[in-house]
Ligand binder design. Structure first.
Ligand code: C5P
Length: 421
């Protein structure tokens, strides 16, 4: 495949890790979209292609599946899927950072403008979270584009908050010349970049994130652990990498996929996590401890499986190293240390005590007993405390959004710190 020969137009930012729903409706210009998929994939975006039934007449699902590395969606009720995922549109609506529709035909515009939802693309247009950008590239013959109904629908979509990119003027498939040409893939890519690319605020910085739960072995088949899934730490690593940082993610056992452009180390116990972190203490600019590290481990792990011979059983535990505390002790003035406090009671008091004791720059408080916060959920509500007395209460939001909001606040100090200090 000629993948390396494709040169992406330069973007003022990064699409790394951006999740894009790419809708294709049935216009001849659909032939340009496989190249757009290549450009988006090359820039690190995750692309889910959605075809309208008539788009299949112009471009094959196969070529798009090969290029996007994802199954192309078309019908709301897929006929060949025995299991049938009838809620796929809702998950994708939550998943995506943006919807891009190119080419958008008059028919698809009419559906979007009037709330119709009789194919996967029009359903997704409605299911996408309202705060996410919808970029629409209309393309059709010049007369059609000028038709009052099309103009009306475009106007309504603009009012609804969609970003409409006007088609180019030039030769049309009909042989006529007029306004209606779909812009070239490079131009569409640049528009997507303008709407979506994230600033490279952390370029040149090294960010280390710990995530997930550690496991402390009791014997070969049992361990002590906790309910952490690693989602918050993975979201932080994803955001740091998207903002251009060299990002190291040191994680306990989890099934989460590695975020794009992140260097990941899997560890089991607190001691292993500590050893992995120590390798990066020196050179990192930011250390974010989002892992739920076990405070204690069994004094010695049994070599053979323990038998249930007696009615009671006593396990002697010894203290694990506190990784963040160690980093806090060693850190130099240009380095930033950020910790988490997951609390159930006297939350603010405990968070502020940890901020001082561990010599942190920031601590993010979340409450385990608050609905939508803490372990095993997609959302979090964080309150951030800084060593200089700043307090920021973030609303309940997805962990991905919370990670970006948290990094923006906590790392605003980075540039003012000099490595010479
Ligand atoms: O003291 P506590 O465990 O509540 O502190 C929580 C913070 O310290 C979290 O940021 C956690 O990742 C970090 N921590 C650590 N090593 C430990 C225990 C906690 O890095 N052994």
């Amino acid at each position: 495949m000629a993948s390396d020969k494709i040169t992406s137009p330069s973007l003022n930012g990064s699409l790394n890790g951006k999740r894009i729903l790419l809708g294709i409706s049935g216009g001849i210009a659909a032939y340009k979209i496989p190249l757009l998929v290549r450009l988006l994939k090359k820039s690190g975006a995750d692309v889910q292609v959605v075809l309208t039934p008539s788009a299949k007449e112009f471009v094959t699902p196969t070529v798009l599946e090969v290029l996007s590395h994802r199954k192309v969606l078309c019908e709301i009720f897929p006929k060949n899927d025995a299991k049938g995922d009838w809620t796929a549109h809702i998950h994708l609506g939550e998943w995506a950072d943006a919807l891009v529709v190119a080419p958008a035909t008059a028919n698809t515009l009419a559906k979007f403008a009037n709330g119709f939802s009789d194919d996967m693309l029009s359903v997704l247009f409605l299911a996408l979270r309202p705060d996410k950008p919808r970029l629409i590239f209309p393309s059709m013959d010049g007369e059609m584009f000028d038709a009052p109904a099309v103009r009306r629908n475009l106007e309504r979509l603009r009012t609804d908050g969609c970003i409409i990119i006007e088609p180019d003027y030039g030769a049309l498939a009909s042989g006529l010349v007029g306004k209606g040409r779909l812009p070239e893939p490079e131009t569409i890519f640049t528009h997507i970049g303008q709407a979506l690319a994230e600033p490279l605020w952390l370029k040149g910085k090294c960010v280390v994130v710990t995530a997930g739960a550690t496991r402390e072995r009791i014997d070969p088949v049992r361990f002590i652990s906790n309910f952490s899934t690693g989602k918050m730490g993975f979201a932080l690593a994803e955001a740091a990498a998207a903002w251009g940082a060299e990002t190291i993610l040191i994680t306990g056992k989890t099934h989460l996929p590695t975020p794009p452009a992140v260097k990941r180390f899997d560890v089991e116990s607190a001691e292993e996590m500590f050893q992995a972190c120590k390798l990066y203490f020196e050179r990192c600019d930011v250390f974010i401890a989002a892992a739920a590290v076990a405070d204690y481990r069994p004094e010695c792990a049994a070599v053979q499986k323990l038998k249930k011979d007696s009615d009671s059983f006593t396990l002697t535990l010894v203290k694990n190293p506190d990784i963040l505390l160690e980093f806090g002790k060693q850190k130099r003035p240009h380095q930033v240390a950020i910790g988490f406090a997951l609390e159930t009671d006297r939350a603010i008091e405990h968070a502020q005590e940890k901020l001082v004791r561990k010599n942190l720059d920031w601590i993010a408080l979340n409450c385990a007993n608050e609905p939508g916060s803490g372990f095993e959920v997609e959302t979090n509500r964080l309150t951030l405390f800084s060593r200089t007395g700043e307090v920021h209460e973030l609303p309940l939001m997805s962990k991905r959004d919370a990670a970006r909001a948290m990094l923006k606040l906590t790392l605003s100090c980075l540039d003012s710190r000099s490595k010479k200090n």
